[in-house]
Design a protein around this ligand. Structure first.
Ligand code: ATP
Ligand code: MG
Length: 379
């Protein structure tokens, strides 16, 4: 079986370092290792519209921002298909059929959707489109026969929902769809990177982000005003590392090489954490180190972005070509789905001929009965 990646992002803002450690970094790595047969990276504009339907210009404007973030982070159009969800009508068609396989109660149980409904204060006026987006995500994944979906922890319930749909579809209509595996980030801190304010998740919608495209000074300012341990008032006080956002970011980003370059008094993060716990290590010193680590990671991404920003028509060309390739793949899957569901009426010559024969037999039988009746009358 082919090894295929599908993943993506909503064009609701520029991408932030949570996206980077949660998924983007891994995609680039997998792309460059060359172990996958096909890679599809989707800008999920149709999904973004489910809760931004009244703000289409926001979604439109962010298509190019997300694409620029992709290219500058190292996604290479020669190796990965970068495409726009709404340009693949087959995805919508698949969703319509998958809706039959999912109950309302099952969607209501989805913990990520529950949290998002709360965050968006939908209360009882949840748009149907938003409520059913896990089904649309199942279409996105299965349309490409994805085996692997590299995403953050918040996506776990979506992948589980997809797997259920695949199993149900295959059991009713025959083996057609591929069950995907989730690929979570390697380290705990990257599963769900908290916001700079210490909130559970860095999210575009919460405004607590460090963006990949933030300039050097903005990153520095955001780092210096980050949430740490509120109980750590004096440098001499013992500090808490757990739940301390600065340390969580270091968990996600820093390597022993960073220590050698910027903080040679410590061999690694464990030593730095131990000092902080003991007391005698100030927040400012740790934040300055984090700033160095982040600048080293973001600097090259920022520089590449500046270059790509000079040729926006190229960015759209990449997306158009990627969308064409993606549509060809999705159309193939949709055709298999329709054939499995017995709704491929015009392709099935055999069925048409069988029906022709059945009608001919029926007519012949009726004729024979009629003849018999006439003979009976004559006698
Ligand atoms: P929105 O608020 O519009 O939903 P978002 O910031 O949650 O935006 P998405 O586009 O929903 O971003 O997520 C895209 C990908 O990035 C998903 O794979 C998701 O798991 C991952 N991701 C998003 N935020 C984080 C985070 N804070 N930590 C780790 N991964 C994240
Ligand atoms: Mg999200």
């Amino acid at each position: 079986m082919k090894k295929i990646i599908l993943t993506g992002d909503r064009p609701t803002g520029r991408l932030h370092i949570g996206h980077y450690v949660g998924s983007l970094r891994r995609r680039v790595q997998l792309q460059n290792e060359g172990g996958f047969d096909e890679i599809y990276i989707m800008i999920a504009d149709a999904q973004a519209l489910t809760d931004n339907f009244d703000n289409p210009d926001k979604v439109r404007a962010n298509i190019v921002e997300v694409a620029l973030d992709y290219l500058s982070a190292g996604l290479d159009p020669a190796k990965s298909n970068l495409f726009i969800q709404s340009q693949i009508p087959e995805l919508t068609e698949l969703s319509f059929y998958y809706m039959n396989l999912v109950t309302v109660a099952r969607l209501q149980r989805n913990p990520t959707v529950k949290a998002e409904i709360q965050m968006r204060k939908f209360e009882n006026s949840i748009p149907v489109g938003f409520f059913t987006y896990p089904i649309s995500q199942a279409s996105d994944i299965t349309a490409f026969k994805a085996t692997t979906v590299p995403v953050g922890e918040d996506q776990e319930p979506m992948i589980e929902q997809t797997r259920e749909i695949v199993r149900k579809f295959n059991s009713i209509y025959g083996e057609t769809l591929v069950e995907p595996e989730i690929l979570l980030p390697e380290n705990e801190a990257s599963m769900r990177l908290p916001g700079t304010d210490g909130q559970a998740k860095m999210s575009k919608s919460l405004g607590n982000c460090i963006y990949l495209s933030d300039d050097e000074e903005t990153v520095r300012k955001k780092v210096m005003s980050m949430f740490t341990d509120p109980g750590h008032l004096q440098v001499s006080d013992p500090g808490k590392v757990e739940g301390n956002t600065v340390f969580t970011y270091l968990d996600a980003f820093c390597t022993p090489e960073h220590f050698a370059a910027y903080l040679p008094d410590y061999a690694d993060l464990e030593e730095l954490k131990a000092h902080y716990r003991r007391g005698g290590l100030g927040d400012v010193k740790v934040k300055k180190f984090l700033n160095n680590v982040l600048q080293e990671t973001l600097g090259p991404i920022r520089a590449r972005r500046r270059e790509f920003e000079k040729d926006i028509p190229y960015v759209y060309e990449v997306l158009q070509k990627g969308s064409e390739a993606a549509e060809a793949k999705a159309a193939q899957t949709l055709s298999e789905v329709k054939s499995a569901m017995r709704i491929n009426y015009f392709d099935d010559r055999e069925l048409i001929m069988q029906q022709q024969e059945a009608f001919a037999n029926r007519a012949a039988q009726a004729q024979a009965r009629e003849n018999g009746r006439r003979r009976g009358k004559k006698k």
